[in-house]
Design a protein around this ligand. Structure first.
Ligand SMILES: Nc1nc2c(ncn2[C@@H]2O[C@H](COP(=O)(O)OP(=O)(O)OP(=O)(O)O)[C@@H](O)[C@H]2O)c(=O)[nH]1
Ligand SMILES: [Mg+2]
Ligand SMILES: [Zn+2]
Length: 362
């Protein structure tokens, strides 16, 4: 039914297959996951799947091994049409790219939102509180994913001056394409197709109610995703989408719809920060002292830029705040946690050694 390449298959994944150990297993892409139940797309179509007993056991030891939407997995697929029988997922292949954030709460844990994506559409609504600071925060995180971030400003039909909004966001989203769209008038949607060539995958992320699922439906050409009116009183979304879905577009590419996010907390971010705030890092590199704290040192280029107005104070505030968050997370991933992780992996390795096939844990 589908060619694997059309689902995003590439040598990167092919090279992870062992002709011996993996004989009898079929590559498939995770399209949906709900409480441990999966739907996977393979050459034979979309079908239900669940983790094999052994994978379940491994996930219990290490949650990072749990397949997520967008992952390529190797599964034992029963004969017959996709409606018959449940496939067994044996293992997930290494991810080419992944968009993750820090799990809410005090724990430093990575939550993978979508994997093996080429593009992330950061959707922000033009009808209310368009916030450049939030865009910067998201972008810093998105650059870490390995996918290309693209800002999509939605609901332009509800905005009196979309051009001004576009200019404000282009100012903070340096080097990132920004598109203005309306799912009502269909304006601006066509250019999104250029990111969705056959075999390419894009994920939509952003707050609840900004119109992610509506955009998916427009690009699909049918009302597949559930969309609900946003609350009249406060204009905020209702968290209509509750699980991530990967859909194949008639034109070839794939989209991953995701539930609206309340918070985006930094997980790791050195590279994301550097890319998002390249302008600031360039200015800072011209401070007289290499380890300038930009507080009171003489010859501080940052303070100079802030005073002259060539560097926006809001943007500088964003940068320092995100940097503090990243440092805070790094400090929390302290010796104790690292030791606990090492112990967990040792256990997995030991278990693997007791089994005939050890290759998978190398
Ligand atoms: N006027 C206007 N309304 C839109 C547009 N796009 C979406 N909406 C409306 O905005 C509301 C929320 O849209 P959804 O697509 O459900 O938003 P979402 O981002 O998927 O929200 P969650 O699933 O909760 O994360 C719905 O009432 C849509 O009809 C648009 O371009 N213009
Ligand atoms: Mg939705
Ligand atoms: Zn300085």
């Amino acid at each position: 039914m589908f060619r694997l390449e059309a689902l995003g298959w590439s040598p990167f994944f092919q090279n992870q297959i062992d002709p011996g150990d993996d004989a009898g297993l079929t590559p498939a892409r995770v399209a949906e996951e709900q409480r441990g139940s999966y739907r996977i797309l393979s050459e034979s179509g979309l079908r239900y799947a669940e983790p094999s007993g052994r994978l379940r056991h491994e996930i219990a030891l290490e949650t990072a091994l749990r397949p997520c939407v967008g992952d390529w997995v190797l599964a034992r697929i029963p004969d017959g049409d996709p409606g018959s029988g449940t496939a067994l997922i044996h293992r997930a292949l290494e991810r080419r790219t992944r968009f993750s954030r820090k799990e809410a709460g005090e724990r430093t844990a990575e939550q993978v939102i979508a994997s093996n994506i080429d593009t992330v559409f950061l959707v922000q609504s033009l009808n209310r509180d368009l916030n450049p600071r939030r865009v910067e925060r998201y972008l810093a995180l998105l650059w870490e994913s390995g996918a290309e971030p693209v800002v999509v400003l939605s609901k332009s039909d509800l905005c009196s001056d979309p051009d001004a909004a576009l200019a404000a966001i282009e100012e903070v989203a340096r080097g990132v394409p920004v598109h203005v769209v309306s799912a009502v008038t269909h304006g601006g949607l066509d250019p999104l197709g250029s990111y969705l060539k056959t075999g390419r995958t894009a994920a939509l992320v952003g707050s609840s109610g900004v119109g992610k699922s509506t955009i998916v439906n427009r690009l699909l050409g049918r009302e597949e995703m559930v969309v609900r009116e946003i609350r009249e009183d406060d204009d905020r979304g209702r968290h209509t989408t509750t699980a991530r879905h990967l859909v194949l577009l008639p034109a070839g590419g794939m989209l991953i719809d995701t539930p609206g996010m309340r918070t985006v907390l930094m997980w790791e971010g050195d590279e994301g920060l550097a890319r998002t705030f390249r302008d600031i890092e360039e200015v800072a590199s011209t401070c007289r002292f290499r380890d300038c704290s930009h507080q009171s040192e003489p010859g501080c280029a940052v303070r100079e830029a802030l005073e002259s107005g060539s560097l926006d104070r809001g943007r500088w505030g964003s940068y320092t705040k995100l940097q503090r968050e990243v440092l805070h997370e790094a400090a929390k991933t302290d010796v104790k946690l690292r030791l606990a992780q090492a112990k967990k992996w040792r256990r997995i390795h030991l278990e693997a050694r007791r089994r005939p096939d050890k290759r998978r844990f190398r």
